[in-house]
Design a protein around this ligand. Structure first.
Ligand code: ADE
Length: 245
């Protein structure tokens, strides 16, 4: 069971995506606990301000340190086994490996940045990890937090119906998945490859591996450097490269 505590100034943004499908079921089964917190609840002025103008001038507003510090003090688990993550385009780029590391935690507190940035003292003193979901700028860290919650939650044991389903998937082994087909075997003359209809499981397994290699070579050749290729893989890859010319 993982507990996510999300600190946001728009907690309402989260309710709909978290209330469908596997994430909803996981919460109902007690495998996942997601608590949404409005940072404004820890703002100390009468206008509930969570941002202010930057010292030294400049455009835009900066997220204040005080409400975030107070919120963390209230939310952090007493056993001190929580991880505090700041969603920011300046963070390390999120990937399957980071998702697997986070899935080992008991409590993950996510700070969703907004405005032009956050007071640097939040980074220096309160945050364990800064994470970006890619090289583009969102209107805030909230949607990024949802992506992270989704990717981590599906790795919690029993959240997916079939535990095998994360094993062979792309990025856990740095190979993209082979093409998949389902009925009918022929549609408008578009055929399913014969081998998949053959019932010959050994042949099918070889085909899966070859097609995974081919797809990875064509779309993400950078990933091939990260995996250990068997002699058979290397032979297949040479053939794939020749076919590609
Ligand atoms: N906030 C704004 N853009 C972001 C991004 N790409 N990743 C994480 N948080 C963000």
């Amino acid at each position: 069971m993982i507990k996510f505590d999300v600190l946001s100034i728009f907690p309402e943004m989260f309710s709909s995506p978290l209330n469908f499908s596997l994430l909803k079921k996981a919460q109902e089964k007690g495998l996942l606990n997601i608590c949404l917190h409005d940072i404004r609840n820890w703002a100390n002025d009468k206008h509930k301000m969570t941002d202010d103008a930057p010292y030294g001038g400049g455009c835009g507003m900066v997220m204040k340190v005080e409400p975030v510090e107070k919120a963390l003090a209230a939310i952090r688990s007493p056993e001190d086994d929580s991880l505090v993550v700041l969603m920011t385009p300046q963070g390390e780029t999120f990937n399957q490996k980071i998702a697997a590391q986070l899935a080992e935690k008991k409590q993950i507190i996510i700070i969703c940045g907004r405005y032009e940035g956050v007071d640097e003292r939040i980074r220096e003193h309160l945050v364990d990890r800064e994470i970006s979901i890619g090289d583009y700028i969102l209107t805030g860290g909230d949607l990024a937090a949802l992506v992270l919650i989704d990717a981590v939650s599906r790795l919690i044991p029993d959240v997916l119906g079939n535990p095998e389903s994360t094993l062979g998937e792309s990025f856990s082994h740095n190979l993209l998945e082979y093409p998949q087909y389902t009925r009918p075997a022929e549609y408008k003359g578009w055929m399913v490859p014969d081998v998949l209809l053959s019932g010959n499981h050994a042949q099918i397994e070889l085909w899966h591996r070859r097609e995974s290699l081919k797809r990875t070579y064509q779309r993400r050749p950078d990933l091939l450097k990260k995996i250990k290729l068997s002699a058979e893989d290397k032979k297949n890859l040479e053939k794939i490269k020749l076919e590609d010319i």
